[in-house]
Write a protein that binds this ligand. Structure first.
Ligand code: NAD
Length: 308
C-alpha cells in the first residue's frame, strides 16, 4: 500500500485529496493549522496527523521517512492577504517548498507532486496558456507560487528528484474557508448580508470542482514525469458578475445584496488554461458546474457550525 504524506492536508483541497486517497493508501497529514487549516475537514478520513510547519527541517526528518509519495498543498493561498503582507507567502510557498523537497531528497521519497496554480502565468485577455507559457505572476501570492514551482523543476533537473508540478484554475466545493469568492458570497447571502463585488465584476475565472482537481493530481502522481508541468482546467469560464448572479439565484437573494467595491490592486483580468497535455493522459473533469455549485451551496447551508 502506498504511504502518502499530504502536506497542508487540513486545508480545503488537501483534505479532499486525503479523503480520496485514504481508501487505497496509508495517509499522513502534516499541517501547521493556520487560520485556513481545520481538522474538521478530515472527519471520517483514516489518517495519521502531524501538527507542524513545512519550513521545519527537523520535523520533516521525523515525518517524511517511510513515505513513497508526498503531495504538497501547504501554502498561504489567498491573494488579498498577500497584498496586505507577503512575508508569510514567501516563507511557506518558496522556502517551505524548498525545505520539503530537500527532506524528500534526503529520505528517498519516490514521487513528489507540487500543487500550484494558473495564477503563475499572469493574466490573459484571449486564448489559453499551455505549460510552455512564460511565468508572469502579478500578485505576491502568484509570485511566491511561481518561486515554488521553479524550485521544484530545478530539483528535478539538478538532483533527479521525481517531482511533477500541477497548475489548476479556481477551485470550489465543500469545506473552503469563507474568504474566497464562492464561500464568502454563499455564507454572506445565507446570513442575508451583502457581498462585495470587485470593480466592474468583469474578471473571468475558470471554475474547477475540487474533486476533479484531486482526481487530476492523483493521475499526475501515478503517471506524471519528473520536472513536468500539467495544467488542470475546469468546465466553466464565468465573469465574477455572472457567478454572483448564479449565487444570488441559488440562495434566493436579489441584486440589492451586491455592493460594488473598489477593485483589488493589480487584479488579474482573466485566467484560462489549455489542459490538452493532461487530457492526453486521460483526465476529464466529471462534475458539471451547475450541479457542483448547487451541492456546494447546500453544503454551506447544512454546515453552519463550520463557518457561522
Ligand atoms: P488552504 O488555504 O485552504 O489550505 C492551506 C493549508 O496549508 C492549510 O491547512 C494551512 O494550515 C496549511 N499550511 C499553511 N502554511 C503551512 C506551513 N508552513 N506548513 C504546513 N502547513 C501549512 O488552501 P487550498 O485552497 O486548499 O490550496 C491548496 C493548494 O492548492 C495551495 O498550494 C494553493 O496554492 C493551490 N491551489 C489552490 C487553488 C484554489 O482555488 N483554492 C487553485 C489552484 C491551486
Amino acid at each position: 500500500m502506498t504511504r502518502l504524506l499530504v502536506t497542508g492536508g487540513a486545508g480545503f483541497i488537501g483534505s479532499h485529496f486525503a479523503r480520496l486517497l485514504a481508501v487505497s493508501a496509508d495517509v499522513t497529514v502534516l499541517d501547521k493549522l493556520t487560520y485556513a487549516g481545520d481538522r474538521a475537514n478530515l472527519a471520517g478520513v483514516r489518517h495519521a496527523f502531524s501538527h507542524g510547519d513545512i519550513c521545519d527541517p527537523a520535523l520533516l526528518d521525523e515525518v517524511v521517512p517511510g513515505h513513497d509519495l508526498v503531495v504538497n498543498f501547504a501554502a498561504e493561498s489567498h491573494v488579498d492577504r498577500s497584498i496586505d503582507g507577503a512575508a508569510d507567502f514567501v516563507r511557506t510557498n518558496v522556502l517551505g517548498t524548498q525545505t520539503l523537497l530537500d527532506a524528500c531528497l534526503r529520505h528517498g521519497v519516490r514521487k513528489v507532486v507540487q500543487v500550484s496554480t494558473d495564477e503563475v502565468y499572469g493574466s490573459i485577455d484571449l486564448g489559453s496558456w499551455n505549460e510552455e507559457a512564460p511565468l508572469q505572476p502579478r500578485s505576491p501570492y502568484a509570485a511566491s507560487k511561481a518561486g515554488g514551482d521553479l524550485i521544484a523543476r530545478a530539483y528535478a533537473i539538478t538532483h533527479g528528484l521525481d517531482v511533477s508540478i500541477t497548475r489548476c484554475g479556481n477551485n470550489y466545493g465543500p469545506g473552503q474557508y469563507p474568504e474566497k469568492l464562492i464561500p464568502l458570497f454563499v455564507t454572506n447571502l445565507l446570513r442575508d448580508r451583502k457581498v462585495p463585488l470587485y470593480g466592474d465584476g468583469g474578471n473571468v475565472r475558470d471554475w474547477v470542482h475540487v474533486e476533479d482537481h484531486c482526481a487530476a493530481i492523483r493521475l499526475v502522481a501515478e503517471v506524471g514525469g519528473p520536472g513536468e508541468v500539467y495544467n488542470i482546467a475546469g468546465t466553466t469560464e464565468l465573469t465574477n458578475k455572472e457567478l454572483t448572479g448564479r449565487l444570488l439565484e441559488a440562495t434566493g437573494r436579489g441584486w440589492d445584496k451586491v455592493e460594488h467595491v473598489a477593485d483589488r490592486k493589480g487584479h488579474d483580468r482573466r485566467y484560462s488554461l489549455d489542459d490538452g497535455k493532461l487530457r492526453a493522459l486521460g483526465y476529464r473533469p466529471q462534475v458539471p458546474f451547475d450541479q457542483g455549485l448547487k451541492d456546494t451551496v447546500r453544503w454551506y447551508a447544512e454546515h453552519r457550525e463550520r463557518w457561522a
